[in-house]
Design a binder for this molecule. Structure first.
Ligand code: ADP
Ligand code: NI
Length: 214
């Protein structure tokens, strides 16, 4: 099978699997990450076949989506084999999707350009206008409030402090979203992140003004 039809078959399979997903990893998140990753791959002259397949598959083994991660990994490998992806390409794709998560990839720079690109595309979808929307949607699904002025908002709070204490959607900006700009790997993603970051800062300023009825 040619590469183009492998990508389009994978797209259909993922779309079918995630069409009823309600935790912020719905098909349209995957589609945006896939499009952004393809765009970054062109800019960075990366292997776009590997990037596209990894972007499409990146959330199928997420702990928040699957109860049995080992089984999910085997299923994705089985899919790639069945689709006609070579074993060395399968290995590269599996390596990417297993290492890009925020926690997993945090701190250490990913070794391949293709992994860096998929991680950047996933992180770009967590910031800007879409990122704000996803944050409030996620907080709503957890039962968190929009904002709680009784909770302290410190830029230097650790992820652990946040996770263990009570939270709010606005807290998640300080916990993660405002930090993502500095974590982008590629130059192309850094540029896009600047603009989306500025938009979030402006959003928060307006939010706090309205909060005080100013
Ligand atoms: P991804 O799998 O896309 O890297 P996550 O699974 O961590 O991201 O989260 C999915 C979406 O929900 C993201 O947009 C993220 O910012 C948001 N999110 C995650 N945790 C929280 C939280 N505690 N409060 C609000 N939004 C959150
Ligand atoms: Ni994702």
């Amino acid at each position: 099978m040619n590469k183009e039809s492998i990508v389009s078959d994978t797209k259909e399979m993922v779309k079918d699997k995630l069409k009823n997903e309600g935790t912020g990893h719905d098909w349209y998140h995957i589609e945006r990450v896939w499009k952004m990753a393809s765009r970054l791959a062109k800019r960075e002259q990366a292997n776009s076949y590997i990037v596209e397949l990894a972007a499409l598959l990146h959330d199928l083994i997420d702990d928040k989506l699957v109860s049995d991660k080992g089984k999910a990994i085997t299923e994705v490998e089985y899919w790639l084999e069945g689709a006609g992806v070579s074993s060395s390409d399968t290995e590269r794709i599996m390596d990417i999707i297993q290492t890009i998560s925020y926690k997993g990839g945090n701190g250490r720079k990913l070794s391949s350009l293709e992994a860096q690109i998929v991680q950047d595309a996933d992180r770009l979808d967590a910031i800007g206008a879409i990122g704000i929307a996803r944050c409030f949607a996620y907080a709503g699904s957890k039962g968190d409030v929009l904002f709680d002025p009784e909770l302290s908002v410190r830029e230097d709070m650790t992820e652990k402090e946040y996770r263990e204490g009570p939270s709010s959607a606005v807290h998640h900006f300080y916990e993660k979203l405002l930090k993502l700009k500095e974590l982008m790997n590629t130059e192309a993603a850094k540029e896009i992140a600047q603009e989306r970051h500025a938009f979030m800062e402006e959003y928060l300023m307006q939010f706090f003004e309205e909060w005080e009825a100013e």
